[in-house]
Structures are given as C-alpha cells and as structure tokens.
Design a protein around this ligand. Structure first.
Ligand code: PLP
Length: 334
C-alpha cells in the first residue's frame, strides 16, 4: 500500500534485515519449520524496536500539527517511552514520559537501569506514578505547564497504538513481502509479542490489503485473557483500514492471538521466557528481551514442540526489540 500521502518523519534504519535462524531451527528438531527473524530490534532509534516504525507516522503528524512538546505513557521499563524520547530529541522537542508502576518489581536495577537510564540520557522528563489515576493527574499538570508556556502538546498514545501509528506496520508487512519474494519463499506465519495491539493491527491491515494468506500471530504478553488483546486488535485493524481509506473489509478471521505464555503477568519473568532467551542467544547470537520477544519466542518454541507448524512451512519471528530492558532484569537471569 502506498503510504506517501501520510505525514512521516524519517527515524528508523529501514528496511531492517530478514535473516535465517538455522541453528535455532536445528535445535528445535526435525519437524521445525524454516525460521526467519525480522530484525525490527535494529531500527536504530536509541537501540531500536517496533515503536520506531509507528513513531515515524506519529511524529510526522506531530510536526504537521506544529506540536511544541511530546507526552506519552508507559510502564517503568517502557521501550515505547524510550523510543519516543529519542524521536523527540531528534526533532528538538521537549518530552515528558509518564511512567506507571504497573509491574510489581522495584529493584534498583528495574527502577534505574535499562530504558529508564536511556530516557534520562535522552533528555526526557520522567514522571514516575503509582497508578492510572495518578497518571491522569500528572498528565494534567504537564499539559497545564505546557499550555502556560504557549506550547501545543502532542500526546502519543500508550504503545503508539492508534490508526496513525499502525501505518508503520502496514509498511512493515509490505517490506517483509518484498524481502521474502526476493528470497523466493512465501511466509505461512509471522509471530511476535502483542500488547497495545498496534503492531498486530498494522500487520493485519497490511495482510488484508495485500490479500495475503500469511497468518498474523500475536502472542499475548500483556492481558490476563488473550480475548482482550484480540478484541482490541480487531477494532484497531478496522480503524487503521478506515484511516487508509479502505473501510468495510472483514478482518475477523485474521486475528490470531496465542495465549498461555505471559506467565504470572505482564513484565514478570517466566521459565519458558528464560529458556527462549538463552536458547536463542546461544544458537543464534541473538538477544531477546524478557517482557515481549522472550515470551513470544517461548510461544513459537511451544508451537513447534506441539507440532502446530509443519517442517515445510516458513515462520517469520518478528523481533520487536526490547533488549534495552535486559539490564533491568539482571535478577531474573541469575
Ligand atoms: C511495545 C512492544 C511490543 C508490543 O507491540 P504493540 O504494538 O504494543 O502490541 C512488543 N515488543 C516490544 C519489545 C515492545 O516494546
């Protein structure tokens, strides 16, 4: 889909590489499908990740609207917040990050290293708050201060997930198609971690527009029930298609959410995540993160072991980034 009509700022190193994972495949046994990894951890924006593609369109809109300041929300170790801080710095805009203590971890490493360190280095003002109510209060105070100073605030939604941000993953879907076509292969499934849903919604919109049979499989790493992710993704995919002027398509059969790999909850380490992170590191020299890509890889491994894929299929693991958070989780790997 041609997205040149939408405001956009160049932030990422695109296209990202698409690489084979033959040693991981061998480690998973003779029935493992062909495995590729789409390196969206290499988008380049202050250590990269999937929010960079969304921010190209979100920041494009912010610039077009003449924004004088950027505000966004996230968990304490939010990769989204860190990439937003980096994008704002690159555009010369002040950035406020309202970080909510939604993960029950409070080690010095969790609160001060990883993404939090990067946020501060990138010049963002970090507001740590206990819950959603206090986040609204903090937002109000920040918005009032900017208004007083005559600056228009552009609010990036949590995870950058709205119809504008999801354009980035329509683009990513096309990029994967171009790359696999050049390699002479067709992709049966794309697997990745899903939370605020914009990545999955954009990929579904992209697959719908391309009339592709590729299954877009988001792994629930965020909500108690996968059904909550599925309904949010479904709604956002429709909104995204509406935004690009192609409404009224049925996407209900395209929403696949893999459940059962979030462990004890969002941001909390699990044994399957630890196995996936160490196996991928030691077979491919590739780092995953504990919150998203580690649990998504655990789901992919679980699917291979339960023979939910066949050896003649090709599966793309979309590496959404997040390795900046690894130092915050040093206790989880001791
Ligand atoms: C935000 C994030 C995701 C989830 O993407 P959504 O579009 O919010 O569903 C996955 N992986 C990483 C590393 C992330 O930071």
């Amino acid at each position: 889909m041609d997205l040149t009509g939408f405001p956009r700022t160049s932030l990422g190193h695109l296209p990202t590489p698409l690489e084979r994972m033959d040693r991981l495949r061998a480690a998973l046994g003779p029935d493992c499908p062909t495995l590729l990894v789409k390196r969206d951890d290499c988008t380049g924006l202050a250590s990269g990740g999937n929010k960079t593609r969304k921010l190209e369109f979100l920041m494009g809109e912010a610039v077009e609207k003449g924004a004088g300041a950027i505000v966004t929300f996230g968990a304490v170790q939010s990769n989204h917040a860190r990439q937003t801080a980096a994008a704002a710095a690159k555009l010369g805009l002040p950035c406020d990050l309202i970080l909510i203590e939604m993960v029950p971890l409070d080690s010095a490493a969790y609160r001060g290293s990883g993404n939090v360190l990067y946020d501060l280095l990138l010049g963002a003002r970090v507001h740590l708050v206990k819950d959603d109510r206090r986040a609204s209060e903090a937002f109000q105070a920040v918005a009032d201060a900017h208004a007083k100073a005559g600056r228009g605030v552009y609010v990036v939604p949590i995870g950058g997930s709205n119809a504008v941000g999801s354009l980035g993953y329509i683009d990513a879907f096309d990029e994967i198609e171009r790359q696999t076509e050049a390699m002479g292969i067709s992709v049966d499934a794309i697997v990745f971690g899903s939370s605020s849903g914009g990545t999955q919604a954009g990929l579904i919109a992209g697959a719908t527009l391309a009339d592709s049979a590729t299954r877009i499989m988001g792994v629930n790493v965020y909500k108690k029930h996968g059904a909550d992710i599925a309904s949010a993704v479904h709604a956002l995919a429709l909104e995204t298609l509406h935004h690009v002027g192609v409404p009224l398509l049925d996407v209900s059969k395209r929403v696949h959410v893999i459940d059962g790999y979030q462990g004890e909850g969002y941001g909390l380490p699990s044994d399957a995540m630890r196995e996936a992170v160490t196996l991928t590191a030691q077979t491919e020299g590739l780092l995953l993160d504990p919150v998203y890509s580690g649990k998504a890889m655990a789901a992919l491994i679980g699917h291979v072991r339960r023979a939910k894929f066949t050896r003649d299929q090709t599966v793309v693991f979309l590496h959404t980034g997040g390795t900046a958070a690894l130092p915050a989780y040093v206790d989880a790997f001791r």
